[in-house]
Design a protein around this ligand. Structure first.
Ligand code: SAH
Ligand code: SF4
Ligand code: F3S
Length: 513
């Protein structure tokens, strides 16, 4: 492949460092070139861009122009934003909704009622992608009934060249495709679609950017997400994220602090700081300011609230981080520290850059300085070449650590990643057997740890309704364990002391005191 950019169709205009193509055209590499050599991606490290305030105000100007079109309609137009994947995507959807609100749109969960449908997609595993493609395919019929509808696909899948190409060729009902890098230009794309004919594809590969000042519509009144950084530099060999989310880039600490302060003042009680690896926060800023510094500064914000964060890569987690957590008053004593595997050979092949022993040392230190720490992790079973004995090393690590809960996955090959090209002789049945063993061990551990709460009095944040009629409220302990609660709805959004009366593998049960 030459790697030379193919351009076809109508180029409307070209601005600054980015190309803007519209019509039945798309800027991308040849269809197979999404297997971008690592060396080239890594060399992009220094090329992240800060979007200027003027650029964002221009987007807000587009919002006003679209809002004028919305106001001229017989009824307020509605939008449906459907989010897949991780909290980062949830946070991005809140910004998409923020822009939509500025454009005069209300919100619906019913695709038949929506003038704009946005699918914010996830590429982490094949199953996630199939779900999106299935739902996207079904929208053909919806759009046939509502031909004026605008259908948008964004998020991590949109940034994969082969997916964008498939949508371009086979999903003709999709009007707009843009990757995470282009999210800040969403109003401009909608404006173009409403005022001109054609489709918009904005999926150019880039290192990524940082933009401040995009409006948000938050989905919750008690819990809030705050992205502190974007992208990933780690290139774990199985993972698609660095390819679709670009290089690591940190928000300015002052911007993060201002956002958290605003949330606390607005009454938010449970704030989660987001990044693919928050432990490398600040590395790209070169100001000698790192994640523990940020946590210390956030902790000084007065108020009654909890701070959580995810994810935390063990290779960059430090004793200092745990010390800061231990002495802070707002940082929850809860740690999500994805280990992925308990076997050193597999960890090396995964490019995780820590050993089982190093992981255990970190966890032991964290537990020592934070007694009662609630610890969770992510695990992949069936990495290419993993043997049964190696998978059982993971099971034994899980037993040894005693995680409160786990997010467990069977390996899913992601085209273009290093691991996707590795020989993978174990059968699906074998992997399923190892996976079931892991679940069995973890479920027993979760049930045991939960049972130890019974009879205790714990402080929880009431954050929603439970689907259990006998325990109508849902709440979370500081460690983020679910407590189904008997109590009055007036407790919603409040910290309360509860007596734990029962438990199972997945939840605790209690009564408000
Ligand atoms: N940045 C986070 C992980 C984000 S993805 C971190 O490093 O901790 C969330 C989880 O999905 C990962 O921790 C991993 O366990 C899982 N995952 C990622 N790629 C996968 C793949 N190809 N197959 C199966 N699970 C995968
Ligand atoms: Fe993926 Fe690894 Fe980056 Fe997490 S740290 S997003 S698993 S490459
Ligand atoms: Fe999925 Fe993208 Fe998150 S691939 S897990 S939505 S960063």
């Amino acid at each position: 492949k030459s790697g030379e950019k193919q351009k076809s169709g109508l180029v409307l205009f070209r601005e600054k460092w980015y190309d803007y193509l519209i019509g039945v055209s798309m800027q991308q590499e040849g269809p197979d070139d999404h297997q971008i050599p690592l060396r080239r991606l890594r060399s992009m490290r220094q090329q992240t861009t800060r979007i200027s305030p003027e650029d964002i105000s221009r987007q807000l100007q587009y919002c006003r122009e679209v809002a004028a079109l919305s106001a001229a309609r017989p009824a307020q137009p509605l939008a449906f934003v459907d989010t897949y994947g991780c909290q980062q995507n949830e946070a991005d959807s809140e910004r998409i909704r923020g822009y939509l609100r500025e454009m005069g749109y209300g919100f619906t969960q019913d695709e038949e009622q929506a003038q704009i449908i946005v699918l914010n997609t996830c590429a982490i595993r094949e199953h996630a992608e199939q779900r999106v493609l299935g739902n996207l395919g079904a929208l053909v019929h919806v759009k046939r009934r509502h031909p004026e509808q605008i259908i948008c696909v964004c998020g991590c899948m949109a940034q994969e060249a082969h997916v964008a190409e498939k949508i371009k060729q086979s999903f003709r009902h999709v009007d707009l495709v843009f990757g995470p890098h282009a999210l800040w230009r969403f109003p401009e794309f909608i404006h173009t679609l409403l005022t001109q004919r054609g489709r918009v594809f904005q999926v150019a590969e880039e290192a990524g950017s940082i933009s401040e000042g995009i409006p948000v519509v938050r989905q919750d009144r008690v819990k809030a997400w705050v992205s502190i950084m974007y992208g990933c530099n780690n290139f774990c060999s199985y993972c698609i994220v660095p390819y679709v989310r670009g290089r690591e880039r940190s928000r300015d600490p002052q911007a993060v602090l201002a956002e958290v302060r605003e949330l606390v003042e607005a009454g938010y009680k449970d704030i989660t700081l987001l990044g693919q690896n928050v432990n490398s926060y600040g590395n790209d800023l070169d100001i000698g300011y790192h994640f523990p510094d940020l946590l210390e500064d956030i902790d000084k914000i007065p108020g009654e609230y909890l701070i959580r964060f995810m994810s935390s890569h063990p290779k960059d987690a430090t004793y200092r981080l745990f010390d800061v957590m231990a002495k802070s008053s707002h940082v929850a004593k809860q740690l999500h520290l994805p280990v992925q595997s308990g076997n050193d050979r597999v960890l090396r092949e995964m490019n995780r850059r820590y050993t089982r022993a190093q992981y255990l040392d970190l966890v032991n230190y964290a537990k020592r300085v934070m007694p009662g720490l609630v610890l969770t992790s992510d695990i992949i079973i069936g990495f290419p070449g993993e043997t049964e004995a190696e998978a059982m090393d993971t099971v034994s690590l899980v037993e040894e650590v005693g995680f409160d809960a786990l997010f467990t996955f069977i390996y899913s090959p992601r085209p273009g990643t290093k691991a996707a090209a590795m020989p993978d002789p174990a059968t699906r049945e074998e992997k399923q057997k190892w996976f079931d063993k892991l679940l069995e061990v973890q479920n027993a551990m979760s049930a045991k740890l939960h049972a130890a709460y019974v009879g205790e009095t714990v402080r929880v944040l009431v954050d929603g309704k439970s689907d259990d009629p006998d325990y109508p409220l849902a709440s979370r302990t500081e460690g983020n364990r679910l407590v189904r609660l008997k109590g009055d709805e007036a407790l919603m959004g409040k910290f309360v002391d509860v007596k734990i009366t029962g438990s199972n593998t997945w939840a605790l049960y209690g009564e408000a005191l």
